[in-house]
Structure formats: C-alpha cells, structure tokens
Design a protein around this ligand. Structure first.
Ligand SMILES: Cc1ncc(COP(=O)(O)O)c(C=O)c1O
Length: 367
C-alpha cells in the first residue's frame, strides 16, 4: 500500500541537530543568545521593530493583551471560528469575549463587527486562520475609527502578507511555534510590535516584571523561551521561503485538481493577500456525494489523513458555554463551516505526485 500522507510533517535535519548541540555544549540552556537571534530574525521577517519570544502562542496572546494595559472591564471582539486558545487567552488576561461572525474566507468579517461592539470594546482580535490574513484593511479602519487596539492572532500565519505587508505588523502580532506550525520550536511563541513601550512591557512581563536584579517593577510571570527551543527554530528560518513556496505549490495543485467537484468548495484567497497555507481546508456541502465525516473516513482507508479544524464555533465548547466572560454571540457562517470543513495535507513534505494522489482520491470518493 502507498505511504500514508499525514496532515502535518516536521522537517528537521542536520542544521537543527548542529544548532541544538551547540546550545547543549554551551551550557546556556535557558533564554540567551539563540533566543535573541530568533527575535531579530523574526522581527525582520515580519517587518517590525520588535519580536519578543515567549513560551508558547497562548502566552503570546495573554502577554500581548497584558502589555497593552487595558482598563478593568474590557471587551475583545474576535472570531468564533478559531482554536480555543484565542478565547482562553482573552479570559486569562481579564477580558470578556464577544464574537463577530466570519466571512467565507474563514476570517473575521468586518461587516459583522459593529453589531457586537459596545463602548467597553478595547481590542479587535482577528485570527489569520489556516495561514490566510484576515481583512486587515477594513478591520484596521474600524479599529482606528473607535480608537481600539488591534491584536492579531497570527499563530498559524508566519510570513503571510497583504500587499507585501506581513501579518503581525498591523497591530500586536501573536505567533505560535507549536510542533505542527509552519515554523516550530516544539513549543514556543513570539509577539511582534512596532511600539517600543509595548516591547519593553512584554520583556518585563515575561521575566517576573524584573528590570534589574530583584527589582520587580510590575506584576510579571515566567513566559520565557529557552535557547534549546530557539536553536530548533533558527535553521528553519533559512529555508522558510522555500517551505512556503512548497506549501503554495501543493495548494495550487489541490485547488486546480479539485475544482468543479459537486458540493466541494476549495479555499479561495482574496486579492492582495498571500496565504502561507498552514492548512488547506475544503468545505463539503450538502450537494456532495459523501458527507464530510464519510469523506474523512474514506480518505483514511486510502492512506490520507484529514482533519476537522474546528468542529464547533468556540462558544459551543463546554467551558465557554457557561463562562460569564464568554458571550455566545451566535455566528451562523461559523456554525455552517464547523459542519463542513475538512483540512487535507498541504505540508512542505509533499511532492507533486503526493498532492496529485490526494486529488485523485478525493475525486474518486466524491464523483
Ligand atoms: C489560532 C491559534 N491561536 C492560538 C494558538 C495557541 O498557540 P500554542 O499552541 O502555541 O499555545 C494556536 C495554536 O495552537 C492557534 O492555532
């Protein structure tokens, strides 16, 4: 039987081994020069003044919100069609979550924001889902009009851009370096900003609020990344352009091959936005020959892994249903998506023929 095509694939080699061994031999395992180098290089990739490394993407979101020094009773408007951490981070930072629905590109619909905005709204928190930038032009205009902050959940979208401007540069950017992300350190996160004061605050927050030894200036925590983690991430930056090109090529093969299948909608990329294809996600609608879950099972039998990201809008999860800081603003588009989405392998380890095999198997099952 042909080799199983997994939904994600970590590509690490000799360069990462050398880099990690260097750290092991140095004895400097905790935050040090490798973290600093990762920050410099990621800031360059994102075209911002500062990148601050932290322990994971959830912490990146919490720290970003804390660094903005929001007033007591603040609300955050975000997408309900996201990973749960977008929402738990807001609650951890002391905010209340309001949901605006998504557009058919899977990202926050600017046209739905005003309906849930109250005077307490302090932050607009779009999610660049699956590697596709949200509509930052329209969202930025809304934020500016009301004098509210923009925090970007860019956990899945390293290097994605709008008209050449990278995500993470439109507001305070929050990235994850979790094991399955396009760039990984196993666990890890980065916060990007052009604001010197926010960067300074982030650096304090991540190190117990300490500027000088045993002078705890503000309430802070341990949000630090280790040099061991940074050492895994650095060599991946050398080949990141190539990684993204390969993902884009795989996505193009899938979209071309899957066009015109009854009931199947391939993802689309709005004009001017560049997608880094963290996931390649189709929608399996009522008109398809098989339902979404049957297609997933059929692909599994044929050696192709597919996944549902995400099975419910966040407000449908148990704790969110009952939490006073999570308002269940209903989002019908997100609810339909949760029933229909299926992500197919698109990672940089796939060859043209692997992508072609995915097309053939999906077509075989649906036509
Ligand atoms: C959209 C989104 N937000 C936040 C996170 C949280 O990142 P982490 O898993 O690194 O804490 C993730 C990743 O898992 C994510 O996909």
């Amino acid at each position: 039987m042909a080799q199983t095509l997994s939904i994600s694939h970590v590509q690490l080699g000799a360069a990462e081994e050398r880099s990690v061994v260097e750290v092991l031999r140095s004895g400097q395992l905790a935050q040090g020069p490798k973290v600093e180098e990762l920050e410099h290089r990621f800031a360059k990739l994102t075209q911002v003044a500062h990148a601050v490394a932290v322990s994971n993407g959830t912490v990146a979101l919490i720290a970003a919100l804390q660094a903005l020094r929001l007033d007591g009773d603040f609300e955050v408007i975000t997408s309900p069609f996201t990973f749960v951490a977008t929402v738990s981070a807001v609650v951890a930072a002391g905010g209340t979550v309001r949901f605006a629905d998504v557009a058919d590109d899977f990202t926050l619909d600017p046209g739905c924001v005003e309906a849930v905005r109250t005077p307490r709204c302090a932050v607009l928190l779009p999610v660049h889902l699956y590697g596709l930038p949200a509509d930052m032009g329209a969202l930025g205009t809304i934020a500016q009009r009301h004098g509210i902050h923009v925090v970007e959940d860019a956990a899945q979208a390293h290097g994605a851009a709008i008209d050449g401007r990278p995500v993470g540069s439109f507001g305070t950017g929050c990235f994850s370096l979790y094991a399955t992300k396009n760039l990984t350190t196993g666990e890890g996160g980065l916060v990007t900003t052009d604001r010197d004061d926010v960067a300074e605050r982030l650096r304090l927050l991540r190190n117990h609020g300490m500027r000088n030894r045993y002078e705890y200036e503000v309430l802070g925590y341990n949000y630090r990344m280790t040099d061991l983690q940074a050492a895994v991430g650095l060599p991946q930056l050398d080949r990141y352009d190539e990684t993204v090109r390969r993902r884009q090529r795989n996505a193009a093969i899938l979209s071309e091959g899957l066009a015109g299948v009854d009931g199947l909608a391939v993802p689309w990329v709005p004009h001017g936005r560049s997608d880094v294809w963290h996931q390649y996600t189709v929608r399996v609608g009522d008109g398809a020959r098989l339902g979404r879950d049957a297609l997933c099972a059929g692909l599994r039998e044929r050696g192709i892994e597919s996944r549902v990201y995400y099975p419910k809008p966040v407000y449908g999860y148990a704790w969110c249903r009952h939490h006073p800081a999570v308002r269940a603003d209903r989002a019908p588009v997100a609810e339909a998506m949760a029933r229909e989405v299926l992500s197919l392998p698109v990672h940089a380890g796939l060859s043209d023929s692997d992508a072609g095999r995915i097309v053939d198997e999906v077509r075989g099952l649906l036509t």
